[in-house]
Ligand binder design. Structure first.
Ligand code: SAH
Length: 547
């Protein structure tokens, strides 16, 4: 393999970000380029590094999607043009289950580009599971069969948002259902379906991409002897907030699609197991099932509330309103000859740890420059962050506050029984505080001779990427934990109170009186938590949707 970038064909799962694999997430976090399909959930896109180049091949600026052959070329182009780069190709479900991942892989092989496949949870089994339908069940179905229900023409029209015309690699001869195509791909892959065999098959049948052909598929199955009363379910937008299950029988499939307006993406599942869905439909019982909520807290704080809301069934779009930036201009200071002037490094946030190490590396140094120094941390989370970098903390205050840390270090410097460094008393002037620009002076007041380096700054987020704007536009409500978050949210979504082009949803959940007042100023319908705490806010949101 040449010195190209490497492509990862990653399955994004069916929609719920909680079903995305840990391996996929860790690749997205370090990917330089992310080429993604239309069906990939925005919550999964938010795992990507903020500096990654995001390429939406589900839709071009002109609102046409990119053809499969062009996607193949694009992947090769990125890999060849970016030696050492990590290129993530994110596809719905599993890349090798009707995902054309094989075609992309063949193209990469042809071009000498290295690749890996990261499987995803296919919609074929997970979407039924979210509708409470087990694809196999003892005594009802001992096998299940995943079948494509599209034909070539449909791929160009009905599912055009997802898939383009076939363009198989010249290296192999491929066709649906393993039939030989000899002179090329069959005109109609649906006519390649072995209806007599499918009709005879006692297992569960699962059709992907089959909605627009289902009238014909069900008719052919009945003609070939399948029981017209076979239970059948359509599951639309499975595992997303908009999941919907419509049940009928094989003989009423066509009319049901029209009457209920079943639309893609949807899977069709038929067999006795469908009946179990009437008893086991667990998801609709979650209080926030079907809701998409925008959480505007800073990423680290957001995860706590996001996890709680997700556990209640919501899809959460984390949209932090502030971001932190390492003050690289400071790196000259960290030309760490200076570090020899200090015996204690005191960290008051995980951001401080990250930024300090970024500066250390920028200065061409590493943890060896910290040998012999004492390390202090404000609390457990920062302590853990340091431990991840192979550094144990010597001093952590019991109360996990800046004041606690200041008092602890002051005591060590000034008390008779205090621990010593190298036999001598710890010298206050040899303490280095590593903090952000918004840190207050609490510690410095307790340790006036210490030095403070501001290693990062906190800024309001200035813009939202397009995919996030779209996600916000489709949300049911926004969750605000501060007035400034409301103000900045309105700014980045380009909204004024009564703007015609308002992206923000109408409903806001607010943590307290001031935040509510600001939200009302922008014409939000506001629901306020009883107490000023995240738990109270989560409780309020659940109550609101339960009535
Ligand atoms: N590789 C994908 C399938 C791609 S084919 C996978 O493994 O899931 C696209 C089809 O998958 C859609 O037409 C639809 O039938 C099905 N599909 C994908 N995501 C779905 C979802 N969230 N809900 C219902 N059907 C879905």
């Amino acid at each position: 393999m040449k010195n190209f970038g490497k492509v990862y064909l990653i399955g994004a799962g069916p929609g719920d970000p909680g079903l995305f694999t840990l391996k996929g997430k860790s690749i997205l976090e370090r990917a330089d380029v992310v080429v993604y399909d239309r069906l990939v959930s925005p919550a999964i896109l938010s795992f990507c590094n903020a500096s990654a180049e995001m390429v939406d091949v589900g839709k071009m600026p002109t609102h046409h999607k990119v053809k499969q052959s062009e996607i193949n070329k694009l992947l090769v182009k990125f890999a060849q043009g970016k030696p050492g780069a990590v290129i993530a190709r994110l596809k719905g479900g599993d890349p090798f289950v009707f995902g054309r991942g094989g075609e992309e892989a063949l193209e990469l092989i042809d071009a000498g580009v290295e690749f890996e496949v990261v499987p995803g949870i296919t919609s074929a089994i997970s979407v039924p599971a979210y509708a409470g339908i087990p694809v196999s069940h003892r005594g009802i179905a001992t096998s299940f069969h995943i079948v494509t229900g599209h034909e070539k023409q449909e791929m160009q029209t009905c599912h055009s948002e997802l898939y383009e015309t076939k363009n198989f690699s010249s290296q192999v001869e491929l066709c649906p259902l393993g039939r030989s195509t000899k002179g090329g791909v069959e005109e109609s892959s649906i006519s390649g379906l072995d209806f007599p065999a499918l009709a005879k098959c006692p297992g569960t049948l699962i059709f992907l991409m089959g909605i627009s052909n289902m009238e014909m598929i069900s008719r052919r199955l009945i003609e070939c002897g399948k029981d017209p009363k076979t239970p059948l379910a359509f599951i639309e937008k499975g595992t997303t907030p908009y999941q919907r299950t419509v049940m009928c029988t094989l003989e009423t499939a066509g009319e049901t699609i029209l009457r209920e307006n079943v639309t893609a993406p949807a899977i069709t599942i038929m067999g006795g197991v469908v009946e179990l869905g009437k008893i086991l439909a667990w998801r609709k019982n979650l209080p926030l099932s079907g809701k998409r909520l925008v959480v505007t807290r800073a990423a680290k704080q957001a995860s706590g509330i996001a996890a709680k809301l997700s556990a209640l069934g919501a899809e959460v779009i984390e949209t932090p309103m502030i971001e932190t930036r390492t003050l690289c201009e400071e790196s000259s200071k960290v030309v760490l000859a200076d570090l020899s002037n200090f015996d204690v490094l005191a960290f008051t946030s995980t951001n401080g740890v990250d930024s300090f190490f970024e500066l250390l590396f920028r200065a061409g140094l590493d943890i060896r420059s910290l040998a012999g120094k004492k390390i202090a941390s404000v609390g457990k989370i920062t302590e853990k962050k340091l431990l991840e970098r192979g550094i144990r903390c010597d001093y952590v205050p019991e109360d996990h506050t800046g004041e606690g840390l200041g008092k602890l270090l002051a005591a060590i410097c000034h008390s008779e029984q205090a621990p010593r460094v190298d036999g001598s008393r710890l010298d206050e002037s040899r303490i280095l505080l590593l903090q952000g620009n918004l840190a207050d002076d609490t510690i410095l007041k307790l340790l006036p001779k210490a030095t403070r380096w501001v290693v990062y700054e906190t800024l309001p987020v200035a813009t939202l990427p397009d995919w996030k704007r779209e996600a916000v536009a489709g949300a049911d409500a926004v969750v605000f934990a501060s007035s400034s978050a409301v103000e900045n949210f309105m700014k980045v979504t380009g909204c004024t109170a009564a703007s015609e082009s308002r992206v923000a949803p109408k409903l806001a959940f607010s943590i307290g009186r001031l935040t509510s007042a600001t939200a009302k100023k922008y014409d939000f319908e506001v629901v306020e938590s009883e107490e000023t705490s995240m738990d109270s806010l989560v409780k309020k949101i659940a109550e609101y949707y339960s009535v």
